[in-house]
Design a protein around this ligand. Structure first.
Ligand SMILES: [Ca+2]
Ligand SMILES: [Ca+2]
Length: 150
């Protein structure tokens, strides 16, 4: 997953360190994955943008949201299907790769769970949402990584 992202970002240097995924079984988190060479990173945008992603099952059971104001990553379980929604946000800042995640594990009760992050203005981010059966289940029905700006 992250190796693919590294290619998206054009940062071949991170590929080796990014092959080890962090443990995302905690309800929410934010880890620094490793240093990268930002010399080939994208130009920074001036204005932020929000993004919404849906899981790829036919009747989507999960929604992920990135809100650029205050940098919120939200996971929303939108179907009583036995699966939680797990949202991910990936970005590169200060020469390091970052990955944050958020679970909505209390059922499809109309709420979303929020990971309140701090990301510099104009930083390019990528959002993904998946379904997962239990804290330690395998991610499935994952959306593509969708870009936005913090
Ligand atoms: Ca569900
Ligand atoms: Ca919920």
């Amino acid at each position: 997953m992250l190796a693919g992202l590294a290619l998206t970002f054009g940062m071949t240097q991170v590929s080796a360190s990014a092959t080890t995924m962090p443990d995302t079984s905690a309800p929410s988190g934010h880890v620094v994955l490793g240093a990268v060479d930002e010399s080939s990173s994208r130009d920074l945008a001036i204005y932020g943008s929000n993004e919404t992603a849906y899981t790829t099952d036919a009747n989507p059971g999960g929604r992920g949201v990135f809100e650029h104001y205050g940098e919120h990553l939200k996971a929303c379980d939108i179907q009583g299907d036995g699966n939680r929604a797990v949202a991910y946000l990936y970005w590169v800042e200060g020469g390091y790769e970052h990955l944050a995640w958020q679970h909505d594990a209390d059922g499809a009760n109309g709420n979303c769970k929020d990971n309140n992050l701090s990301i510099g203005e104009g930083v390019y981010v990528e959002l993904q949402v998946c379904l997962r059966d239990g804290a330690n289940g395998a991610d499935k029905w994952c959306s593509s990584w969708q870009g936005a700006t913090a």
